[in-house]
Design a protein around this ligand. Structure first.
Ligand code: 13P
Length: 248
């Protein structure tokens, strides 16, 4: 049985001061052992949010990481830095990073190695854009992203990863994928994992859906067989996030 996980992706929102206000608003409402809950916050918010979350079950994540431990990479943040301040998760390959910051399937692959080597859980994002959906090359696109992301990743390491299906056309648009659309792709992700590894391994890996998840649509999305939780953007910045975490 895969435990549900709800991941907040704050994206580039909330100053350190504001981050504490948001944590105060949400922390009691989303502190649960029933599901895993992770706050992926901007780098400068990580240390204050880590302190504010002490004594709760809520975990801390980053939204990106570099693939080297240290060195001449101005502006970057390393896995050892994240680990030392208490991060457990890192979002990798978000479509916004692919679109604006040259993230590729190759760098996603490097970052998967880097995170698992440092005992951080990568949340690997994949998804098709509207053009690809219109041309019905959804599953091909997803399969290719997964295969490239997992190049040379061992059985042992793949079981330390999780995936998020985020169709680009659903992100920040208020137009979520339907539960059936999301299930179809999440199932395809599990299938490609089973082909590359085996069914047992594929069945333990958690696959999330992201893209306009709200307190209103979460129940039907999370009821789908291959959807193990949500990666939540806009709704994670307000009280609605508590509804998503409490979603039955
Ligand atoms: P929204 O929930 O705002 O659509 O964002 C989804 C997302 O990109 C989470 O990573």
């Amino acid at each position: 049985m895969r435990k549900r996980i709800i991941v907040a992706n704050w994206k580039m929102n909330k100053t350190p001061k504001e981050s504490l206000e948001l944590v105060e608003l949400l922390k009691e409402k989303v502190d649960t052992e029933e599901y895993d809950v992770v706050f992926c916050v901007p780098f400068v918010d990580l240390i204050p949010v880590a302190s504010a979350l002490e004594g709760t079950h809520i975990m801390l994540g980053a939204q990106n990481v570099h693939y080297e431990d240290f060195g001449p990479y101005t502006g970057e943040i390393s896995a050892p830095m994240l680990k030392e301040i208490g991060c457990t998760h890192v979002i990798i390959g978000h479509s916004e990073r692919r679109a604006h910051f040259n993230e590729t399937d190759h760098t996603v692959n490097q970052k998967i190695f880097q995170t698992v080597n440092h005992d951080l859980t990568p949340i690997v994002c994949v998804g098709e854009d509207l053009e690809q959906r219109k041309n019905n090359i959804i599953i091909e696109q997803i399969r290719m992203q997964i295969k490239r992301a997992l190049k040379n990743v061992s059985f042992e390491d793949v079981s330390k990863t999780m995936f998020a299906y985020e169709p680009l056309w659903a992100i920040g648009t208020g137009m979520s994928a339907s539960p059936e659309q999301a299930q179809e792709v999440c199932h395809a992700i599990r299938q490609v994992l089973a082909e590359m590894y085996d069914h047992e391994t594929a069945n333990t890996i958690r696959i999330l859906y992201g893209g306009s998840v709200t307190g209103k649509n979460c129940a039907e999305l999370f009821a789908m067989k291959d959807i193990d939780g949500g990666l939540v953007g806009g709704s994670s910045l307000k009280e609605d996030f508590a509804k998503i975490v409490g979603c039955k």
